[in-house]
Design a protein around this ligand. Structure first.
Ligand code: HEC
Ligand code: HEC
Ligand code: HEC
Ligand code: HEC
Length: 334
């Protein structure tokens, strides 16, 4: 019960929620402590609706999360909007505020790096808009329904960088489900998803998924380089594979099925002005990728190519392995 003391300090209503939830969830089994979590409540197949990127958490019988983020009841809207998208980022109909404060510390191992490396490109800033832990999960430009166009309201959410809690609070004020003032970020200090509930201690106590590994942060030195240029010449001295198709100004990709289209299960490099670069979405598809054809379980960790996880973990039934380090060896010849 040690855990509960910090919740009392924050607010008794939250403690009540916490106690109720732990009563329910103490019965659930602990999730795996792997880098990825096969113990998710989702089926991880068919659609993003059945993945952890469905932030409505509609797979749960109870709406646990509405004290932490606005419940938009719409899966796509946490990331996309059909109209009025964020024009500050070259990403598909992007509905989120982004962090362009250039506070990122980029990967820097000068003794080994042979390629130029720049700040994260658009296909990384999208992910980092949740995973760097600086922006609220529900920090969107356009909330569902009419009448909450930030451009026409006294309050605006078009500032880049931090969420605008007053603007986001309009959702709850209009009678919807969600917090009036606390709009949590994934991680970092303070009242965040990872610090508040989704941490190792609570995973042990209640079975709540530990998010701490999901918080990439703004220091990218301990992450696979992103914004790093892919080689443009190949040969015996270059230990990288050439991509099959290159479309300047857009992307290059490994066209494993030879259909001239960058399929979701094909690794790609994004050209946002500095040549073809590795970005988060080179390796990951945030909508989930079937590991073994339509209907099969998604590759773990939203990966485009399953790096070999199969069999030896709990909860991997139905995941098809693409072979040991298949993802890494798409680019690296090692
Ligand atoms: C957690 C965030 C997130 C959610 C939720 C989400 N998307 Fe996306 N979506 C992205 C990102 C990021 C990209 C850009 C990927 C890239 O850089 O190539 C994208 C790209 C797309 C694209 C264009 C490129 C592609 O991959 O096909 C379409 C279409 C799309 N999303 C549709 C949807 C729909 C429909 C939904 C809801 C059912 C949805 N998305 C939910 C993050 C999300
Ligand atoms: C709208 C916020 C948001 C955006 C944008 C977003 N994510 Fe996530 N992501 C989350 C949250 C929240 C979780 C944890 C959800 C859970 O465990 O229930 C998560 C979980 C993950 C996981 C862990 C999945 C697992 O099963 O272990 C990976 C990997 C991931 N995200 C990658 C990405 C990548 C790559 C992008 C960009 C292409 C991205 N995310 C964009 C919010 C986001
Ligand atoms: C070169 C490929 C590659 C790139 C680029 C990449 N990732 Fe990953 N990512 C992986 C692999 C492989 C895993 C699975 C690790 C595991 O199973 O423990 C992973 C796991 C994750 C996880 C789950 C937590 C964890 O540590 O296992 C998150 C969240 C995530 N990535 C987000 C991102 C974000 C955000 C970016 C861009 C800043 C990014 N990734 C760029 C390959 C990549
Ligand atoms: C989309 C292509 C791509 C994929 C997939 C990929 N990498 Fe990389 N990786 C690169 C590039 C490009 C660099 C930068 C190399 C350089 O400039 O020296 C890099 C750098 C690295 C480095 C650092 C090398 C250095 O010199 O500092 C390591 C280690 C590494 N990758 C391992 C992996 C592993 C492990 C995986 C699989 C989880 C993986 N990579 C997947 C393209 C990729």
């Amino acid at each position: 019960m040690m855990k509960n003391t910090c919740f009392i300090a924050v607010g008794s209503w939250r403690m009540a929620v916490f106690l109720t939830l732990s009563g329910v969830l103490l019965l659930s089994s602990n999730a795996s402590a792997d880098g990825w979590d096969p113990g998710s409540g989702t089926t991880a197949s068919g659609s993003i609706v059945n993945t952890r990127h469905n932030l409505t958490t509609s797979w749960n019988a109870y709406d646990y999360m509405s004290s932490a983020r606005n419940q938009y009841n719409d899966v796509c809207v946490y990331c996309h909007t059909p109209h009025g998208a964020n024009s500050q980022i070259d990403a598909p109909l992007w509905n989120r505020t982004i962090n362009s404060d250039s506070n990122y510390t980029i990967y820097d191992k000068p003794t080994t790096l042979m390629r130029p490396i720049s700040v994260p490109g658009p296909s990384s800033l999208t992910c980092l808009s949740c995973h760097d832990g600086t922006i609220s999960i529900d920090s969107v430009l356009n909330m569902p329904g009419s009448g909450r166009d930030p451009m026409n309201s006294g309050l605006t959410n078009t500032e880049v960088g931090t969420s605008n809690a007053s603007f986001l609070g309009q959702w709850r004020a209009a009678g919807n489900s969600g917090p009036m003032s606390v709009h949590m970020t994934l991680g970092g200090p303070g009242l965040t998803c990872a610090a508040y509930c989704h941490n190792p201690a609570n995973e042990e106590l209640t079975g709540w998924t530990d998010f701490t590994a999901f918080v990439i942060g703004e220091d990218l030195r301990d992450d696979h380089p992103i914004g790093v240029q892919y080689p443009d010449t190949f040969g015996p001295s270059v230990d990288f594979n050439p991509p099959d198709t290159t479309i300047p100004g857009k992307w290059a990709f490994f066209d494993t099925n030879g259909n001239n289209f960058a399929d979701t299960n094909e690794i790609r490099l994004y050209d946002s002005g500095d040549g073809y670069e590795v970005e988060c979405a080179s390796c990951h598809d945030p909508h989930g990728v079937a590991s073994g054809g339509a209907g099969s379980r998604f590759s773990p960790s939203f990966l485009r190519v399953n790096n070999g996880v199969v069999g030896s973990h709990a909860g991997v039934t139905g995941i098809v392995s693409h072979g040991p380090s298949a993802l890494c060896l798409t680019c690296h010849t090692k």
